[in-house]
Design a protein around this ligand. Structure first.
Ligand code: 5AD
Ligand code: SF4
Length: 460
């Protein structure tokens, strides 16, 4: 008799690293007979993969758990169980508190213990006991996870290569929730990327909280930098595009910058948070760079790759931020001209040094500053997008568009591009003449007389 597949529902909050962890959790549970479902009500196992970076993170999780409790009870009324796990950074930060406050939760598992999830589920099922696993175990969770699953159609994939952070920006919880900086071994990463290539992936984004601090133990016993790792991955024929995120200005070394000019597979897009434009605030944030350092760096990067699309993170209303400080942020934004940006109101995170600083800025001021900043950033983004109109860009097609007959992909600058074209192009790169820039995407026309290249065969 065929074994009944059990259903797994994962809700992911926060960053791309959580999205990657969710994929790995789903894969780790596959051998135990779990397949993904979009429906919470159908799920035998629910995982909330949580984020703790900004305000009310824990409260959001508790209210989400309130909703989960209702489905769990409804299922119980029909004689079905539902197991509930909380993973990610809120799990790490709250630990036993989650079990105490939310009776619906069966398992709490921190980001460093994902490889234990299948065992924790099995244990909970056999003993009926609730468990909390938030250690930073000595074993390598990546080595302990099963290899990437085969068969899923995907053009672009994330691969976490580095976790944790030793920078201790005073506003940030990451060094506490994700722990000290850790780099995976190059050989392990190459094997993972080769497997992804073999299943049709054409673009890889390397992930890490501080990805350019990457320093993995190479097979030659040397410490590999991110630049060296990227060069090695560029040798994999089926991988046509490489990206990485998130970088810290302090760790942008010369080799990495030069690679933007030298390695055609490295896409001209860089996410490089600067957080604030005032040196006084940058020092209070413990950012280890000034506004002038940041601008000099941008100049060096643009010298290597003049057309690079720059993206950033910015915080407004850090404790002690005056109008003049905020003006310095606006002024830096005007000078750098970002293609993309993520901006946030400062939110005091318990346990971080900035939470105890004097001069906390009222929410109304933060709101006002954020609105002004976001208007400027939007203008900057539109300027960048408009400047690509009239250009011919290679687009990697990722899927069908919303309208029939349309397919959608990404430009080298990570802009979404929609064109009329055959589904058969999904997974391929084609030249597109960009004809218009909308609020969130570009539209274009496939270069006339276009013939697409045969796919490069993967090496494995
Ligand atoms: N308040 C507001 N924004 C924050 N970020 C991190 N911590 C905080 C905080 N306490 C932002 C930073 C970081 C991004 C991922 O989230 O800009 O780069
Ligand atoms: Fe947080 Fe990034 Fe600073 Fe690390 S470098 S502490 S992850 S903001």
């Amino acid at each position: 008799m065929a074994r009944r597949l059990k259903k797994l529902h994962i809700k992911t909050f926060g960053c791309q690293m959580n999205a990657y962890d969710s994929e790995r959790m789903a894969e780790a549970l596959q051998p135990a007979g779990y397949e993904l479902t979009k429906s919470l009500g159908d799920a035998d196992l629910v995982i909330l993969n949580t984020c703790h970076i900004r305000e009310k993170a824990a409260e959001k999780v508790y209210s989400e758990l309130g909703r989960v409790r209702l489905t769990k009870e409804a299922r119980k009324a029909h004689g079905h169980d539902q197991m509930v796990a909380v993973a990610g950074c809120v799990a790490q930060a709250e630990g036993h508190e989650l079990i105490a406050r939310a009776p619906v939760v069966d398992i709490v598992v921190g980001p460093q213990s994902l490889h234990r999830l299948a065992d924790l589920v099995a244990e909970a099922q056999s003993t009926g006991e609730r468990s909390v696993e938030t250690e930073f175990p000595a074993e390598d969770k990546f080595a302990a996870l099963p290899p990437r699953a085969q068969g899923k159609r995907q053009v672009s994939a994330f691969v976490t290569v580095q976790e944790g952070c030793d920078k201790f920006c005073t506003f940030c919880v990451v060094p506490y929730t994700r722990g000290a900086e850790y780099s995976r071994k190059p050989a392990e990463i190459v094997a993972e990327v080769e497997r992804l290539a073999a299943r049709g992936v054409r673009e890889i984004t390397l992930l890490g909280q501080n990805v350019n601090a990457y320093h993995g133990d190479g097979p030659d016993r040397a410490a590999w930098s991110l630049a060296r790792l990227l060069q090695r991955l560029a040798e994999i024929p089926a991988i046509e595009r490489l990206r990485f995120t998130t970088s810290h200005p302090h760790d942008m070394d010369d080799d990495l910058i030069a690679l933007f000019g030298d390695e055609p597979k490295l896409m001209p897009y860089l996410h490089l948070p600067f957080q604030a434009g005032s040196d006084r605030i940058l020092a209070a944030m413990n950012r280890k760079h000034t506004a002038a350092d940041y601008e000099a760096l941008i100049e060096q990067i643009r010298a290597a790759r003049p057309d690079i699309a720059l993206s950033t993170d910015i915080i407004v209303g850090f404790p002690g931020e005056t109008d003049t400080d905020f003006e310095a942020t606006l002024s830096l934004v005007r000078r750098v001209r970002f293609a993309q940006a993520f901006s946030f109101k400062y939110s005091a995170r318990p346990g971080t040094p900035a939470a105890d600083l004097d001069g906390q800025v009222p929410d109304s001021v933060k709101k006002e500053r954020l609105a002004v900043l976001q208007t400027l950033l939007e203008d900057s983004r539109h300027d960048f997008d408009r400047a690509t109109v009239g250009r011919r860009l290679p687009v990697l097609f990722e899927g069908k568009g919303r309208k029939t007959g349309q397919i959608t992909g990404r430009s080298p600058y990570l802009q979404a591009v929609h064109v009329e074209g055959p589904d058969a192009l999904i997974g391929y790169i084609a030249e597109v003449d960009i004809s218009a820039a909308g609020p969130n995407s570009l539209t274009g026309v496939m270069k006339s007389g276009f013939e697409w290249r045969e796919p490069v065969q993967a090496a494995v």
